[in-house]
Design a protein around this ligand. Structure first.
Ligand SMILES: CC(C)(COP(=O)(O)OP(=O)(O)OC[C@H]1O[C@@H](n2cnc3c(N)ncnc32)[C@H](O)[C@@H]1OP(=O)(O)O)[C@@H](O)C(=O)NCCC(=O)NCCS
Length: 213
């Protein structure tokens, strides 16, 4: 097999957008792997309703995989599972994203259409840079982070592993956002955010003293 296609873990809305990003880049998604309540196919990709089939898919010659699941913790767990089964985690940059050549990108990352990632940024394994987000120069985005659609991170922002920045959140330059933190949709972050904290609003403030997801 010259180009045997990609195995996608996940069969929900995020998986649809990921399938179309792979297609836009000239790649083929061979199968989705979902659960029993998922549809039988997603955008004409067959959905296998049981993760127990992953070893058989690997044995059939499919070696490249991607985790298309929005939950940061679940994505981390399933990424490790895929690698333990011998799959290579591939990354996808939508052809209509604008990514500087000096950016370093980990494994299993998606950079969606309309997003911009500027000079010397670092994007960790299994991160999602979602539609229309901007990640400016020298930002460091940790593992399994989700930067939701239309977020804007100014230069030198650091985001810890598994943090979630809700749709449209803005972050001023030089801020550190802790691991497992959540930034509410539309918030403007002007102070550092502790690990596992939940912040929201303009300016963003801790709402309930933080929580762990
Ligand atoms: C911040 C967030 C995580 C809070 O969720 P939650 O803990 O379930 O909060 P609730 O909906 O119970 O709201 C609790 C309070 O916070 C307020 N609130 C919720 N989200 C807010 C936000 N983004 N900014 C400001 N206030 C917010 C609510 O109005 C409510 O206020 P009240 O107590 O005065 O009525 C969630 O609202 C959010 O913004 N999620 C981002 C989702 C997203 O963008 N996903 C990306 C998908 S691609």
């Amino acid at each position: 097999m010259d180009n045997p296609g990609i195995v996608l873990l996940g069969a929900g809305g995020h998986a649809k957008v990921v399938i179309e990003a792979f297609r836009a880049a000239g790649e083929t998604v061979a199968s989705c792997v979902g659960g029993p309540s998922d549809p039988q196919s997603l955008l004409d990709v067959p959905v296998i309703p049981d993760e127990a089939e992953l070893p058989a898919l690997r044995a059939s010659g499919l070696s490249r995989a991607f985790v298309a699941i929005g939950s940061n913790r679940l994505r981390e767990k399933l990424g490790a599972k895929l690698e333990s089964l011998g799959f290579e985690l591939v990354s996808i940059i939508h052809p209509r994203a604008c990514v500087s050549p000096s950016v370093r990108i980990g494994r299993g990352v998606v950079i969606m259409a309309g997003s911009v990632v500027n000079a010397s940024a670092v994007i960790g394994d299994l991160a999602i840079i979602n539609t229309g987000a901007t990640v400016d120069h020298d930002c460091v985005i940790g593992r399994c982070v989700h930067v939701a659609p239309q977020c804007a991170l100014a230069g030198c922002v650091s985001v810890g592993d598994r943090a979630m920045l809700g749709v449209g959140a803005k972050v001023i330059p030089g801020i550190t956002i802790g691991a497992d933190a959540t930034v509410g949709a539309g918030s403007v972050v002007v102070r550092n955010v502790n690990d596992a904290a939940l912040v929201m609003g303009v300016p963003a403030r801790v709402r309930d003293g933080g929580r762990t997801r």
